[in-house]
Design a binder for this molecule. Sequence first.
Ligand code: NZQ
Ligand code: ZN
Length: 384
Amino acid sequence: MDNFTYRNPTKLIFGKGRIAELSQEIAPGSKVLVAYGGGSIRQNGVYDQVLSALQGVELFEFGGIEANPDFDTLMKAVEIVRQQGVQFILSVGGGSVLDGVKFIAAAAHLEGDPWTILTGKAEIKSAIPIGSVLTLPGTGSEMNCFSVISRRSTNEKLAFGNPLVYPVFSILDPETTYSLPKRQIGNGVADAFVHVIEQYLTYPSDAPLQDRMAESVLLTLIEEGPKTLANPDDYTSRANIMWAATMALNGIISVGVPQDWATHGIGHELTALYGLDHARTLAVVLPSLLRQRKDVKQAKLVQFAERVWDFKTGSADEKIEAAIQKTEGFFLSLGIPVKLSAHQIGEEAAKRVVQNLSRRGEIALGEDGKITGPVVEKILIEAV
Ligand code: NZQ
Ligand code: ZN
């Protein structure tokens, strides 16, 4: 196991009826910007719950943050924050609103070009404190310091991470997820599943606790995801998915171990170029990537096959292929295609993705940096 430092400052407030506690978390009299998306919170009653809980503060609102939050939209909120002297930003919605809020919080204090936050060239010295009311489990954004921002005008989608944008608190009421369309439930479960895979399916690193924790998050998602889809009113499965998705990307399972993140790196380009939902990019890239990389990942793939999918007999190759097929079956059971052709995308995507990736320099993805341009091309051609 490698040396590590772990600190996660986000206070998690989990369970039914907890939105009512909002006012205890934000200093009375503060100027608060409530940020949200395209309107789901107005239809499912979450907006009303938030406003009635937020007494004694000076409120501003910013709606219309889109899925895959866009730089140009967010810059309008940055203006409001600067002009009004906003002191706290509350995200109400899914990962996109929250990622957008993280960016707004950092950009509002930055001198110079805010896009440099995404290119890694900005020095972020401070950020406005943020909190969240999460309505879509999946990204893990509620308890991490990452944010992924799209810039449609240039077909880019980039991530940044900074400890200053950890939410001060996140309220997770599983009942807010009852109104999710099936597509978003499936997306969230698949996204969380792939988050675990990115931190687990690399090579052995003498970290049995991290392995067991990762496997238990995977098994929970495999067991609870289909339950929610079959019984949308089942509070227990909603709650378990929400907690599992948080645990998948709050940093705890990745301490001291190697990480991959190539599926995400390639997936972000597919969203930037073709507008696919984040999780849908992952479901087409991951199986193909695992097949391409089965030799370097062999030991962990066999472990994954044995412990997660219960394949205990056969050769290593047979176990690995069986586990990849089970993973594909799992995505399909969530209503998510595993081939690019299902999205009407063909082999031309391979070159376009590589071209986009190489705008940022040499391509060296994966836990060993060996996923170069030609490997990315192969992964995508096989994913058609
Ligand atoms: O905009 P509204 O009207 O709120 O509707 C949203 C949106 O259309 C809707 N929705 C959310 N909660 C709902 C609901 N509809 C009904 N009832 C509810 N309770 O769902 C749609 C999708 O929402 P979005 O926030 O885009 O989804 P998600 O949470 O999956 O976030 C995706 C974004 O997060 C990034 C992705 O790249 C993508 O941009 N990620 C962020 C990460 C992080 N910060 O750590 C890591 C991830 O790997 C991921 O990259
Ligand atoms: Zn993801």
